[in-house]
Design a protein. Sequence first.
Length: 406
Amino acid sequence: MTGPLNPPPRLLMGPGPITVDPRVLQAMSAQLVGQFDPWMTATMTEVMDLYRHVFATANEQTLLVDGTSRAGIEAALVSLIEPGDRVLVPVFGRFGHLLVEIAERCGAEVHTIEVPWGEVFAPEAVEAALVAVRPRIVALVQGDTSTTMCQPLEEIGAICRAHDALLYVDATASIGGNPLLTDAWGLDVVTAGLQKCLGGPSGSAPITIGPRAVAAIGARKHVEAGIRAEGDQDAGVRIASNYLDLAQIMDYWGPRRLNHHTEATSMLYAARECARLLVEEGLEAAIARHELHGRAMLHGVQGLGLEVFGDVAHKMSNVVAVRIPDTLGASGGDAVREALLTDFGIEIGTSFGPLHGMVWRIGTMGYNARRDAVMTTLAALEQVLRAAGVPVSAGGGVGAATEVYQ
Ligand SMILES: *Cc1c(COP(=O)(O)O)cnc(C)c1O
């Protein structure tokens, strides 16, 4: 007989998922209520309002897509892009490539501009590409965890408007730990996830859809609640997904509550508690907390004598990429991660693509953007590195972090 579920205690200090806030776990264990029960519909309305705070928006269409963050990304792109549309993707890491791949599957004519990993785009570079490509849609990542970079967005929204393009932003990794002002910055659609700075598990994708995007989606052929009426047969370019059809999902969350999917109720409870935690703390206070503990971790790894990857001035507050010392050799980086996990129960992240084998990624996000989590990780890292033969200064990591906190 398989035993009861008993996961080992871990401190998840990678680039996500992170250790879930106990309040979120508790919310998830609450009993289900039927999805058209008045309590449930009122709760859904509450969640919409909470996420307006999280996204800093007045957008009526602020809701949850059920699925991991990628479900939110796909819902946005499949609902906005019509086959043949020109889409511009400025790529500065792995998740930019994901936007390219999804946009291609939607039948878009995709154009990219790229900067080397570890850098971000100047607004002028994005504008020049807009002029050259004349895209209908620009798809952009705010914080790309693969490189830890945070793309400044303040000016991009206005640039897209001036060139008559819709702007979609993936803010999964950055939201809650770095400033994101949907309305003030003119972002048309923004999607997120719970498992980074929001302190929850993956499995729900908050999304906000501005009026220009709502109009674009509404202009596409769509059938209410999936039921075809006479004459619908000739429908033109329908959204190529049922589950991720934002027109239907908006009808489902809207006042008419048209049936679509069965609400992932336990995830809705989780998403609600994540937003409540953030609103209770205050958006600015949460961002300041991520900035503080992220800076303590940054100075801590530097205090151990390690080098940080990328343009630190444009780093997300909540994750740092640390160069694996050459002395560790080809498989040394993985051996260090393994020792941290087995000896200390601490998980840090590996990396992908051009950074594979070159850096570790250490997160300080959500529930783990905490002083004790930072100190414990730095102390453990020092021991593991010393055991692996890397010359590290005794107490250098914890000492440097302490200075940040003083
Ligand atoms: C972590 C991350 C995701 C995660 O997507 P999932 O579907 O939840 O795995 C998406 N986008 C970015 C930019 C991320 O950093």
